[in-house]
Write a protein that binds this ligand. Sequence first.
Ligand SMILES: Cc1ncc(COP(=O)(O)O)c(C=O)c1O
Length: 389
Amino acid sequence: MPKQSGIRLAKRLDEVGFSDIVQIRNKVMELRAAGQQVHALHGGEPYFETPEPIKYAAVKALVENYTHYAPSSGVMPLREALVKKLAAKNKIKVTTDEVIATVGGSQALYAAFQAVLDPGDDALVFSPYWTPIRDLVTGTQARPLLVPTTTARRNGIRKTLEQFSTPNTRAIYYNTPQNPSGLVFTRAEAEEVAAFAKERDLIVIADEAYEDLVYEGEHVSIASLPGMLERTITCYTFSKTYGMTGWRAGYAVAKEPFMTALRKIVLYSTNGVTTFVQQAMIDALKISEAEIAAHREEYRKRRDLLVSALNEVGLKCEPPAGAFYAFPNVEKINKNSKKAAEILLEKAHVATIPGSVFGAQGEGHLRFGYAISVKEIEACAEALRKFRG
Ligand SMILES: Cc1ncc(COP(=O)(O)O)c(C=O)c1O
């Protein structure tokens, strides 16, 4: 047998992909460089800048020399503020030892999957799903088991989870409100997932990145349901609620034995969140519920504008109950969503994300992000009307 080169990668990266979304971003930049106007609905960034008090808190912290190492799991005043927020908003009652600051929701999710999945394990993932989730699962050498969300809602969540489950299933990834569909699971559905997790002794990795963007219904944190806190790792981010995508600020909530694992992973990957960012996170948590609600109403306005434009041009779309994405069926343009996205970009200069990058169950759809200005949405609507001809 020929000797294998020593210059090679760890096998656990074999199945890990690198974002398809980057290719679309590149194409948009290419068109813009060529002087084309592009309607950018491919992104997932809030339409507003980080509020001033948060920015000043970071500047103040820098001037006051919050530039040294901090405890890797987060400074105590931040953890105390998180504990209060979780009790008030999420009905999750924990101690300061059960929260950990992370570098965005991404690190919380990375740490959660690394903490609980072994090679050969399976994880149930409602599909379509946020693209990185598949890679976070395969990066542990576990296997994602894609559960079609529409089927689950139609035929019963519990029954469908049972159908897709294997003897090696260890965890369920539970995202509400969802990216890319904007779907919000109801309390009854959360209870079904919880009942299934308890019956099968599964761990739930909950992703509540869009908890503050629910337009219809309520946001239910699955960890707040009876008997769920001890089997759930809940991941949060400051990115969407506070317009802080570039700050890389997030946190996770879990009981032991998970917290010990999360602490180790955060310690050895980043040794915590940037010290002055932690100070700004404390001030972000002081932003009033009224301000958060005002942003939500702005998003609702954008959602309604976009959804009515989509329906007007025959791209059938129910108003999504949460997050800031619309996910219409676009088979009228092309059955292949990558082709449909290309056609829309070339002919209407509207940039979207093909549904197939969110899993096979996303095929036939495009993701339109509406976290942009009203003017931009109106311009996109006009471009869609012209495209339809
Ligand atoms: C569903 C979902 N979870 C988690 C995240 C993580 O966000 P961040 O790493 O910016 O905190 C995102 C970001 O787009 C998301 O859409």
